[in-house]
Design a protein around this ligand. Structure first.
Ligand code: DX5
Ligand code: ZN
Length: 221
């Protein structure tokens, strides 16, 4: 299974997005957090800025929509050229229809779960998704600490995917750093979002490589 690193630009310098994106040219994805001040208390950026980001970087864009009514708003992010579009289970009315719409628009379809949202109601629907995002903090802000209580859910999600023979990725997002990435990888995650760990490092590119190396090692054990 491939290990993928998707740095979050949430805590990068928004006045120099092109420069900040260039720092993570060696990453597998660029994770962009869309927050609407309703689904989460924070407000970040929306479709016009995401369109500009897609134009500004050759790195595939991994959009994480922390918004209400994704049924209405998410397909435009796929049409804008995001390689992956992830919406929240708690916010979607018709998650299967939405996932199909995203795939039809050419994106990978991701389903995100807040820490207290169980995976079990969605297990029969796994074939409809390309990725499950198990949030390892409450969504809304960068720089929070990793919640170890999400590890059993990561493990159950990976076990269900393996048992079904599907190729669905498991992403973790929140508090992922050199100190926590091995635990998440050992539990079965293969796509790692890291915001402050990458952008607070002196050398963001080196941090991406270090995180990838640690996750790969944890996976082999
Ligand atoms: C939080 C966002 C994350 C955030 C992660 O709601 O979804 O992507 O940027 O930041 P760190 O890695 O600092 O926890
Ligand atoms: Zn995110």
């Amino acid at each position: 299974m491939s290990i993928l690193i998707s740095p979050s630009i949430l805590n990068s310098d928004f006045s120099d997005l092109r420069g900040e994106l260039a720092k993570i040219a060696g990453a597998d994805y660029a994770h962009v957090d869309v927050m609407d001040n309703h689904f989460v208390p924070n407000l970040t950026l929306g479709l016009p800025v995401v369109e500009a980001i897609v134009r500004a970087t050759p790195v595939p864009v991994d959009a994480h929509l922390m918004i209400e009514d994704p049924d209405r708003w998410a397909p435009a992010y796929a049409e804008a050229g995001c390689a992956s579009v992830t919406f929240h289970a708690e916010a979607a009315t018709a998650p299967v229809k939405l996932a199909r719409d995203l795939r039809a628009a050419g994106a990978r379809a991701g389903l995100a779960l807040r820490p207290a949202t169980p995976i079990e109601p969605y297990l029969d629907l796994l074939p409809e998704f390309d990725m499950i995002l198990v949030m390892t903090v409450e969504p809304g802000f960068g720089g929070q600490s990793f919640i170890d209580g999400t590890l059993p859910k990561i493990r159950r999600t990976r076990e269900a995917i393996s048992a079904s023979g599907l190729d669905v990725w498991v992403q973790v997002d929140g508090g992922v750093s050199r100190a926590t990435i091995e635990r998440a990888a050992d539990a079965g995650a293969n796509v790692f979002v890291a915001g402050s760990a990458v952008y607070k490092a002196d050398d963001a590119a080196a941090e991406v490589d270090a995180l990838r190396g640690l996750a790969q090692q944890a996976h082999r054990h």
